[in-house]
Design a protein around this ligand. Structure first.
Ligand code: CUA
Length: 336
């Protein structure tokens, strides 16, 4: 589906689309997604068995009692009225099936929701915005966007990540199929979910609740790393952006333009948080919430006219001159 959306979106665009991996709901790689997968297999097996029984009886009746050529057309078949045993059976059996499925589902949901974070758990807050994800690690003092880094958790109690899910505007839904089910991000409310990925690597997800024009391009990337690597990433993210001599002019341009009305670079005077925090922009692999790769060419095209790449997004074209564009891009590229 993503490819179709992309094909439409990028048909007239010179910007290269990000290569997408398959997000396979049948390849669960964490406890929550596995519990949901197992539950769906059970539900499928039960409903599949019901289908086979009903379709089998129906087929048998159609074949066995079909009209034959030598039948006497005028004679009615014997009429049977009611059978207590059969009626009890087809009332009680479906009720039992519904109870079993409801009970098992309730148990899985409760087990996932009641899980308590161990001391070693990583706490992160994900805030949905139109159309990007703000990511905070309140205990670790890190703020980033769109690419959620979490540690590998070989067992459920090792280094699971517990997420608080909030929204800055409308309803969104956090969904990374191989890690967990969907959980909504709602204004004025905090929902929770947890992830304990068993394989390191990149997991792709998408906002799963229609939230406006660019809902389909509200992509989320989860980078799962061994704990030591994750800790190193946190340390890098905590640092302030280094002032690079070659970027002084660019920095001045960035701070004098409207960029700072929405974006924060830690250590600079701006406090506005309407758009993604850019302190370590270059450590991210994509721009525009996963829509394009983070390359110098794409970065320039994005700043020049975000509406070309993500029509309707809340970042306007600032109509920068070529010189200003070059300065801003070269400054942003120093934000490692
Ligand atoms: Cu956010 Cu759909």
């Amino acid at each position: 589906m993503l490819t179709v959306v992309e094909a439409l979106l990028f048909a007239n665009s010179a910007v290269e689309a990000t290569e997408h991996q398959i997000t396979d709901i049948f390849k669960a790689l964490a406890t929550p997604s596995e519990a949901i997968y197992n539950l769906s297999v059970l539900a499928f097996a039960v409903t599949g068995a019901i289908f086979v029984v009903v379709a089998g009886l129906l087929t048998y009746a159609i074949v066995r009692f079909r009209r034959r050529h030598n039948d006497d057309d005028l004679e009615e078949p014997p009429q049977v009225y009611g059978s207590t045993q059969i009626e009890i059976a087809w009332t009680v059996i479906p009720i039992l099936i519904v109870f079993v499925l409801t009970g098992v589902t309730a148990r899985v949901v409760a087990a996932l929701q009641d899980a308590k974070p161990p001391k070693s758990a990583v706490q992160a807050t994900v805030i949905g915005h139109q159309w990007w994800w703000e990511i905070k690690y309140p205990e670790l003092g890190v703020v980033t966007a769109n690419e959620l880094h979490i540690p590998l958790s070989a067992t459920r109690n090792e280094y699971p990540t517990f997420l608080k899910l909030q929204s800055a505007d409308v309803n969104h839904s956090f969904w990374v199929p191989q890690l967990s089910g969907k959980t909504d991000l709602l204004p004025n409310r905090t929902n929770e979910m947890w992830l304990d990925p068993r394989k390191s690597g990149l997991y792709l997800g998408n906002c799963a609740e229609y939230c406006g024009t660019q809902h389909a391009n509200m992509l989320i990337r989860v980078v799962v790393q061994p704990k030591a690597e994750f800790d190193r990433w946190i340390e890098t993210q905590k640092k302030l952006a280094m002032d690079q001599p070659q970027a002084v002019q660019g920095k001045r341009a960035f701070e004098s333009l409207s960029c700072v009305n929405c974006h924060v670079v830690n250590g600079s005077p701006s406090e506005r948080k309407f758009g993604p925090n850019l302190t370590h922009l270059m450590s991210r692999h994509t721009l525009a919430s996963g829509v394009i790769d983070n390359t110098p060419k794409n970065l320039r095209a994005w700043i020049n006219d975000p509406q070309e790449i993500k029509p309707g997004c809340l970042m306007p074209s600032m109509k920068l001159s070529d010189k200003e564009l070059d300065q801003v891009v070269s400054y942003l590229q120093t934000l490692q």
